[in-house]
Design a binder for this molecule. Sequence first.
Ligand code: BGC
Length: 728
Amino acid sequence: MKKTVHQFLLFLLLVITGVVNAQNFTSDSRQEEKICTLIGKMTLQEKVSLLHANSKFYVSGIGRLGIPEWALSDGPHGVRAEINRHDWGYAGWTNDSATCFPPGTALAATWNPQLAYAQGLVLGEEARCRKKDVLLGPGINIIRSPLCGRNFEYMSEDPFLISKMAVAYIKALQSKDVAVSVKHWLANNQEEHRDSIDVYMSERALREIYLPGFKASVMEGGAYTVMAAYNRFRGGWCSENDYLDRQILRKEFGFKGVLMTDWSAAHSTETAALAGLDLEMGTDIKDYNEWYFADPLIRAVEKGRVPVAVVDEKVANVLRVMFKTKMLGGQAREKGKMNTPEHQQAAYNSAAEAAVLLQNNGNLLPLHFDKIRSIAVIGDNATRKHCSGGLSSEIKALYEITPLQALQQKFGAAVKINYVQGYEKQSIFKEGNNSGQSGADKVDWKLIDEAVAAARASDVAVIFGGLNHDFDTESADKKSMDLPYGQEILIQEVARANPRTVVVIIAGSPVKLSGIVYRVPSILWSWYGGMEAGNAVADLLSGKVDPSGKLPFTLPVALSQSPAHALGNFPGRDLKVNYEEDILVGYRWFDTRKIQPQFPFGYGLSYTRFSVSGVSTDRSGYGKNDTIRVRFTIKNTGSVYGAEVVQLYASEPGSSVLRPEKELKAFEKVFLKPGETRTIEMRVKVSDLAFYDESGKAWNTEAGEYILRLGNSSRDIFQEVKISVGSH
Ligand code: BGC
């Protein structure tokens, strides 16, 4: 009898807190009843056992109640190989090689949410095949500085682009009965001091820049879990931050899933419990019972410092995710599959669509391999494999095709390939600091001389340079934006020896190109390309595939142009960082302050040409609840099949507050055959033109004039249209 009353009260609590009938995380009342019944049968010890790990990546189940153990795995661009249960060593399994996708910045550079969806499906299937229940991704922190070590894992400097890609990824992955974990909540925008830095930003920057990706992930994507970041936010740890976790995530976004810590990001029992944290992972204490959400939580409940209802709420969140992913409830669950040809094709598609053609003077690219007799392939990145780097996102790829392998395999029979190393990787990665990047400025003249000789003896030279995961890595930021190991000199010397020199940049974050853009005709940015990297880049170089990627971040001429660095607030002082650039992150800064970057946000060339015409809106005046329809006609006026990404930027010139010169509000990747024409309609809600009004603590769509600009980068605008918004 007592139990039934308790269950009824718990059910009531779930109804009152909006869990039942929640919109973004639909849960039917029968399921909530089942959750209440299960909780009603649990002892306090059993409840708490669901709220902390029992090993590196697992959480205990409750056998007698049929609740299985919970299995988590990194993410975000592949399913990580199996780690030992109680230490960070690899378990040495022979069946955990996986499909490895290009990481976050590359995915975002495709500007194609369908590819994010395709990736989500593959990750879901492979996670299930490995019997995983949660995949720790996507990583969606804003790229605030070119130096952040984890930029490669993240997606963009723009919250709209992030949102579109993340929602697609999440929906697909979760459709395979695996939960995502959107990370890192919030403002983990640097690796330096990541576990102690205290981040300050205005409420407006929070709302306009740093929250939207998470909001979309939860409210549109329906993310089942979120990972709290290591850092502090406005004084409080993210894992126990009442404002972030309770007020925003739970109340405003209506999040009904599990908020877990990053690995070893818990700092308290009571504060965290009350703030809304559900699950403690990775704490660096050997005895799991001593973790904050283990025996100390039991004691806190027994002493009345944490109400049992708070523990029940957490358990309900865990069970809800288990029902959603069909761990509970008896429905047939996705069985999964690994390394199918379709999975490998999906990885190839992302790599092929991600590459950004930055420069192509005299149309040196594509290379006509039928006419070339010899090619000098130069650079450490021609032969280096990258899937296994970067720390927590490292993947034991089933295979990884390097650029040299692919070129040899595809063209080696007809074309003489003269490979030379060009530069040598000097650095050795050391976890926890960036001292591993030392040696980055060493110039090896012997290797340069060899490269020059090879270039001179060949029809064309292709230099595969850029970075590696000593630079693009978790746990350390880059020290500079420079190309390491004397590559700038190498490129200059090779280009002098052979003007038909192409540079392929393999990197996941901005690097300085000012020393090479005037020296070489063609630059292709091909990112870390995952397991199919080489095949994709060879097909791009040969023109089998048209480059259609666009930069997901601004490429500055020099670090000092970048907002956080121009204002001297990266990585902060005395373990505090104040985001003084405020809402002017990335191109919002460059375009508003009229600073000319090396290459702008959204930029990328193609082997074909497009013309956009007839840009118009369905009306000239709109009400605040209306939707604007923007139409345009696009034609492929060149001679090969290709894709253009048409981007819509909005601005409000007469605003009562400073607003960015441009803000991305819509985009569409359009694939066209030569000569083909299509008319496209984009939709923008008038309410999405709002800014966050600090004084009214609300979104404000001011009445007045707005400009909508259509372009293929934030700086290359085809046409603009003015519209007006009325006061209602
Ligand atoms: C990273 C997370 C990762 C976790 C588990 C942490 O160091 O910040 O992104 O999911 O480790 O490997």
